[in-house]
Design a protein around this ligand. Structure first.
Ligand code: MLT
Length: 322
């Protein structure tokens, strides 16, 4: 029986080409589908490659009894039920480095666009207004950027912010202090970062520890007029609490690329506020990053299925299916 690899998400064609070029692998690449069609498409799949558009939950895993590997073309695996995968002998792998620069550049773009009202200026001009006074902004130079998470993406942002003459501080309980010292970023406690940051940018995974961390209490501990940027995971922010702080002026502005539910519902408390800038989870969506993560994901799958070699494993210790 041939090995079936299914790609039921929008993954770059280069990944499909790599899979098709591997001996003994049959590839189907239907792209994003309705849930019922998805469950049918993967019924005999040995492996799948996904981005964040597919929820690889217990139901999906049960629908694919032959599944041995899930490759996530991207970083976050919060759309994969790791416990269910492990229990079913499915190795989950990701491509953590491939979209670092794209995500860092998008985050930086959000920070500038928020500070200079670029989206509002564009929109108001299209609507026939010339609002130079109402849309005055602030400089980044001399401001303090607080990074929550100083992993690959946080570090790439720190370097860019330093080039813009910002002071950069960070909170990251997992990073060796020597790494932070090398790029001249002081590692501080969360309350210290909250108290000092003019801009706060989130770069943490959604875990038990981080879900809802930006809530009313955390915001109260922040500087008045702080600006918050989130291109990591929507679940980190309690949307209602941030909306209240944006309305009161405690938080001067927010730029959001990610939402707890994607796409967010029309009645989402942060949608429609004048001081919030939105993008639809675009941080990693560059031609460059999508090629890199897709190729890496395809290579991970080929290596695992044909050679039994697993890399970038997110659920280590999994007893793989024979
Ligand atoms: C990631 O986790 O890699 C990014 O959020 C991008 C994506 O979901 O594709």
């Amino acid at each position: 029986m041939t090995i079936h690899v299914s790609v039921p998400d929008n993954v770059h064609q280069n990944a499909i080409d790599i899979l098709q070029g591997a001996a003994g692998i049959r590839v189907t690449a239907p792209g994003l589908m309705e849930r019922a069609d998805l469950l049918e498409a993967i019924v005999d799949a040995d492996a799948i490659i996904i981005r964040s558009g597919v929820k690889a939950d217990a139901e999906l895993i049960a629908a694919a009894p032959r599944l041995k590997a899930i490759a996530r073309a991207g970083v976050g695996v919060d759309n994969v039920d790791l416990a269910a995968a492990t229990a079913n002998g499915i190795v989950v792998m990701n491509t953590p480095g491939g979209n670092t620069i794209s995500t860092a550049e998008h985050t930086f773009g959000l920070m500038i666009a928020l500070s200079r009202h670029i989206a509002r200026g564009h929109q108001s001009l299209l609507e026939g207004r010339w609002e130079r006074k109402a849309l005055g902004g602030v400089e980044l130079k001399g401001k303090t950027l607080g990074l929550i998470g100083l992993g690959r993406i946080g570090q790439a942002i720190a370097l860019r912010a330093q080039a813009f003459e910002m002071r950069v501080i960070a909170h990251d309980p997992y990073l060796p202090p020597a790494v932070a010292a090398e790029i001249d970023v002081p590692l501080l406690s969360l309350p210290e970062v909250y108290a000092r940051a003019d801009y706060l940018s989130l770069h943490a995974l959604a875990t038990e520890e981080t879900r809802g961390m930006i809530n009313a209490d955390a915001i109260a501990a922040m500087k008045d007029g702080v600006r918050i940027i989130n291109a990591s995971r929507g679940a980190l922010i309690v949307s209602g609490d941030l909306a209240a702080a944006l309305q009161s002026g405690k938080v001067a502005g927010a730029a959001l690329d990610v939402y707890e539910q994607e796409p967010p519902p029309a009645d989402h408390p942060l949608i429609g506020l004048p001081n919030v800038l939105h993008t639809p989870h675009l941080a990693a969506s560059t031609a460059d990053a999508q090629v890199t993560v897709a190729v890496e994901a395809a290579e991970l799958i080929v290596d695992y299925l044909l050679n039994g070699v697993a890399a970038n494993v997110c659920n280590p210790g999994t007893q793989s299916k024979s």
